[in-house]
Ligand binder design. Structure first.
Ligand SMILES: [Zn+2]
Length: 179
């Protein structure tokens, strides 16, 4: 797909989802091209048996980080990696169908085109006995381990408390090679 065709698709998605036209300026989030499929690999299967897809480099780094954590008794359980524009749209639609307003949705999900998950280098992580994508993850030993060690493997927390992107605090979201 050419960049302009991809961009047209994205504009149509934004109209359909009623994303404010000043979304990019308002959030300061960068635009991410959908990463080429040839760069992606199945890093592992997640706890639900679904494929976790990342770039090859991010998959290797995640594997090394999980191995190091496991040796210290910490279970890092990834539950979301690469997401296409279309997949991101589906996540937003799911919340729209639950009657949640687009303004509320955009506090917890980036608009298609603006999610770090499009790069194949972002991964959402939970641990045993912790619901995925919940702030309570910050209270777990797994999060404390990530804060101390993730940098050694090239991972950075993207959306700390009070981040400038109008997104909620996401202690579960880590990006390989900070944007
Ligand atoms: Zn995420």
């Amino acid at each position: 797909m050419t960049p302009s065709a991809s961009h047209q698709l994205l504009l149509a998605m934004h109209r359909e989802l009623n994303i404010p036209t000043d979304y990019a300026q308002r959030t300061g989030l960068p635009f991410f091209d959908d990463v080429g499929l040839s760069e992606l690999v199945v890093a592992q299967l997640d706890e639900a048996g679904r494929p976790l897809v990342l770039t090859k480099e991010a998959a290797q780094a995640l594997g090394a980080m999980r191995t190091a954590a496991t040796k210290e008794g910490i279970a890092l359980l990834p539950f979301s990696g690469f997401r296409s524009y279309l997949y991101q749209k589906g996540l937003l639609l799911g919340k729209i169908h639950k009657g949640i307003s687009i303004d509320e949705i955009l506090k917890v999900l980036a608009a298609p085109g603006y999610s770090e998950h499009h790069t194949g280098e972002a991964v959402d992580i939970t641990t045993h006995d912790c619901p995925p994508a919940e702030e309570i993850f910050e209270k777990t030993p797994a999060y404390q381990w990530l804060i101390a060690r993730a940098h050694d493997f090239g991972f950075t927390e993207s959306f700390p408390r009070g981040n400038p992107h109008s997104l909620v605090y996401e202690p579960w979201h880590w990006k390989f090679k900070a944007t």
